[in-house]
Design a protein around this ligand. Sequence first.
Ligand SMILES: Cc1cc2nc3c(=O)[nH]c(=O)nc-3n(C[C@H](O)[C@H](O)[C@H](O)COP(=O)(O)OP(=O)(O)OC[C@H]3O[C@@H](n4cnc5c(N)ncnc54)[C@H](O)[C@@H]3O)c2cc1C
Length: 332
Amino acid sequence: MAEYKGVMVYGEVAEGKLAAIATEALGCGRKLADDLGQELWAVLVGSGVSSFAQEAITFGADKVYVVDDPLLKDYQTDSYVTVMEKVIKQVMPQVLILGQTTIGRDLAPRLAFRLGTTATMDCIQLTIDPASKRLLQTKPVYGGNAQAIFTGEFYPQIATIRAKAMSPLELNTSRQGEIINIDAGLDPSVIRTRVLEKVVEEVEGIKLEEAEVVVAGGRGIGSADGFKQLEELARLLKGAVGASRPPCDNGWVADTVQIGLTGKIVAPELYIAVALSGSSQHMSGCSGCKNIVAINKDPEANIFREARFGVVGDWKKVIPAFANKVKELLAG
Ligand SMILES: Cc1cc2nc3c(=O)[nH]c(=O)nc-3n(C[C@H](O)[C@H](O)[C@H](O)COP(=O)(O)OP(=O)(O)OC[C@H]3O[C@@H](n4cnc5c(N)ncnc54)[C@H](O)[C@@H]3O)c2cc1C
């Protein structure tokens, strides 16, 4: 183990910028590196990604490894796993953190297999065990009903982190760091797939995963028309609408707004859960929310156990009154 040292963050780039999850991973990585008394490194892989190296430094990295190659223009498993394996074997970090994103979910287990180590997916907390100096990886288990802490004997210790579970550092433009270029050295024949087309999801207003306020409706909303009232409230609060699974299955809202085990994971400041019971499968997508407000006509509904504030009542009466009050307050 002696040769493994340092904390490395996979600096995911999305939509032409350093992704929010990368800055959150850097925030978490900085704390781990400080606790270990080691350096924090970021690795940027892609085409034209060199321009984000300085930004990674301002978010906490001491060193940024850049693998910039036209062959890495689109994420492809073959090329990215090959390049990341090369970087890790060269740099030998003790800890590697990725986001629990489409890319992180694909890369982390494959890298773990190639490197003969383990990967813990979807962590909500990472800390260093003061005695062993090993990474302690906390993640929800049993559909979000419990949390388990994992650690491993193998290096690098690889973990993916859930979006918004950790906070980025304050951006500090005076922070200094080193940028090191690594040649991809890719043989094009290793890339067995080709990206034919990219379809960007059209989103009106604020993206669900990025919203600071989410108004989520459940089966009790009863129709697509009912969701229009939730949209109105979300608009007033500059938030986004989400849903439990039944409204998506019933076609009242798009599948893309489903929150939960088989849907999206959100962690806004305010989550207004309307006419949904708070099943464990739903809660595993929103357990990281800072404040949950539940509106449900059943005082025994599980959501009240998760909520900070609760209103027992029929949403058809509560939501219009709530929206009117918000309008009144906004009008000053
Ligand atoms: C493998 C698997 C994966 C799953 N993944 C997901 C997932 O990702 N996301 C997800 O959400 N679910 C998921 N589910 C489904 C999950 O188990 C629940 O069935 C679902 O979350 C229930 O949705 P709900 O709370 O809207 O409906 P219900 O449990 O039926 O609750 C409806 C609630 O509305 C209240 N209500 C009714 N009318 C009113 C009214 N007028 N005013 C106020 N309150 C009212 C009721 O009191 C009740 O509490 C999954 C299930 C499985 C097996």
